[in-house]
Design a protein around this ligand. Structure first.
Ligand SMILES: NCc1[nH]cc(CCC(=O)O)c1CC(=O)O
Length: 310
């Protein structure tokens, strides 16, 4: 941190900038004497919108440029949606804090309809997430799933142009952007298990910046961190990325964690589920446990089939 000035690196989408400003405000309250600025930057993932994310190489594409800034020292911290952070960070970087999770669930957004169950046969539903697609196909095999990329506003404008009868977005993103009025209903966990880390923010720093670990500590939320550790450990063990339909959601009740995991084929015809409970201190073991249960049901073969064909 040069001259008491902390620089936050962020992608430039409205959601990313909201998230960076949120962290900026939290830190500013804690440390009124530090000047905190946000440096927006474009990532490869933001530029390549034409192809599906699952084909162009996944999550790392949205954070690499921010990591270069951390490495070069032109920025001190990077704020990410945890969902977009790869299960394994490149060497030399750590997540210094995980913030309290917002709404972790997927939202149903439509002009005409209130619930997924109201959609007529063949209705076009927009999502480019294989996780959402597989779970939609499982419960509503007669819907037509059509790819939908771009930032949240772009996706909403495509819905408004009647290209889709409905679209599925993360509730947290809509709420942060003040677009919660667009949410017609929340998809319960029985219909759509969220992505690992959905709804939580992660603050990344270069590992050698031990000065920042202490500074960021007040933003760290232990319960959220335990839950997302279970989710991300499960996904990592199974080699999960956004290139396979994999879902992981962990909830904490009175000190006990419960993790729900799912691996599916994209067509939703094969769906493997497993769950388990553990104490807060055993989050990693819980993730491994559920991953092993899924593996024993054939999750590895299913994932390889999705990734490489038969
Ligand atoms: N994949 C993009 C992305 N990354 C994080 C969010 C939402 C916010 C969050 O999950 O924390 C979104 C949009 C969406 O999935 O609708």
């Amino acid at each position: 941190m040069k001259k008491n000035n902390l620089v936050i690196a962020s992608r430039e989408s409205a959601l990313a900038m909201w998230q960076a400003r949120h962290i900026q405000q939290c830190l500013q309250v804690l440390y009124p004497n530090i000047s905190i600025t946000i440096q927006g930057m474009t990532t490869k993932g933001d530029q390549i919108l034409s192809q599906s994310l699952s084909k162009i190489g996944g999550k790392g594409l949205f954070i690499k440029e921010l990591e270069w800034a951390l490495q070069a020292g032109t920025a001190d911290i990077a704020v990410h949606s945890l969902k977009d952070v790869p299960m394994e960070l490149p060497e030399g970087f750590v997540l210094a804090a995980i913030t309290e999770r917002a709404n972790p669930f997927d939202a149903f957004v439509s002009q005409q309809y209130t619930h997924l169950s109201e959609l007529p046969e063949g209705a076009i539903v927009g999502t480019s997430s294989l996780r959402r697609e597989a779970q939609l196909r499982l419960h509503y095999p007669n819907l037509h799933i059509k790819p939908l990329r771009g930032n949240v506003q772009t996706r909403l404008s495509k819905l408004d142009k009647q290209e889709y009868a409905a679209i599925i977005l993360a509730a947290a993103g809509l709420e942060r952007l003040g677009l919660d009025h667009r949410i017609r209903s929340i998809l319960p966990v029985e219909i759509s298990i969220p992505a690992a880390g959905q709804g939580a923010l992660a603050i990344e720093v270069a590992s050698h910046r031990t000065d920042l670990l202490h500074l960021l500590q007040p933003l760290h939320h232990a319960v959220t961190a335990a839950c997302v550790t279970a989710e991300r450990t499960m996904a990592k063990f199974l080699g999960g990325s956004c290139q396979v339909p994999l879902a992981a959601y962990c909830v904490e009740r009175s000190g006990t964690l419960e993790l729900f995991g799912l691996v599916a084929s994209v067509d939703g015809k094969t769906v493997l589920r497993a769950s388990a409970q553990a104490s807060m201190s055993d989050a990693e073991q819980l993730g491994l446990n559920v991953a092993q249960k899924l593996a024993s049901l054939g999750a590895r073969d299913l994932i390889n089939e999705v990734l490489y064909g038969q």
